[in-house]
Design a binder for this molecule. Structure first.
Ligand code: GRF
Length: 195
């Protein structure tokens, strides 16, 4: 299945998904990486894998739908069927949501619906919760909203630092995202492509 990964930063989840594809565990190919920051590390990572990138500056467009129209066109051009948000720090507008209904997923570093938005790990850690975790969910117009697909949690042990929690979250993400995508693509294998 053809997928596009959207990211704004380091791209460790991109790495994990691509590694899972290369290991033959995930039957998919990343056709496009969409990035909204010209200095994001994920751009070089995609290029090193010879994957097309679409890098845009949101400030150069009058509205969100204006740049999303271009993104949709880049995705459709490559017959992208699923959109995988991996650290993409933007709320989606109608254009993308309508072009890919129930075909856009996101990963968030908290047990949703708790701690939506930025710095979810910091929010949870400072709140002093005893269980932290990761959620994978369908994307809708609300920030970190949409039906939950998978969650995984861990105990926050006494003496655990913010860095320890962060490390644990990323370890879970890098295993849970490829695994959840594998199941999702398999479950939807027979469905016709949306393009
Ligand atoms: C991850 O923690 C993800 O849950 C959040 O943004 C981070 C992206 O990290 N939405 P990376 O760019 O994949 O390394």
């Amino acid at each position: 299945r053809k997928i596009a990964v959207f990211a704004s930063g380091t791209g460790t989840n991109f790495d994990a998904i691509q590694a899972s594809i290369e290991e033959g565990k995930l039957n998919a190919s990343i056709e496009l990486v969409v990035v909204d920051k010209s200095d994001a590390l994920v751009i070089e990572k995609a290029k090193a894998k010879h994957i097309d990138t679409f890098v845009f500056n949101p400030k150069s467009y009058a509205t969100k739908n204006d740049y999303e129209r271009e993104i949709v066109s880049e995705c459709k051009k490559r017959n992208v069927e699923w959109i995988v948000l991996a650290g993409y720090m933007r709320i989606l507008a109608d254009c993308l949501l309508e072009a890919y209904p129930n075909r856009i997923v996101n990963i968030h570093p908290s047990l949703l619906p708790a701690f939506k938005g930025k710095d979810a790990i910091g929010q949870a850690f400072h709140y002093g919760v005893k269980l932290m975790g990761v959620s994978i969910h369908y994307v809708n117009a609300e920030m970190d909203g949409g039906k939950i697909i998978a969650q995984k949690c861990f105990d926050v042990l006494d003496g655990m630092t913010h860095e320890d929690a962060e490390r644990e979250i990323h370890k879970i993400e890098h295993q849970l995202y490829p695994e959840t995508l594998r199941k999702l693509l398999e479950e939807n294998e027979d469905e016709k492509s949306v393009s």
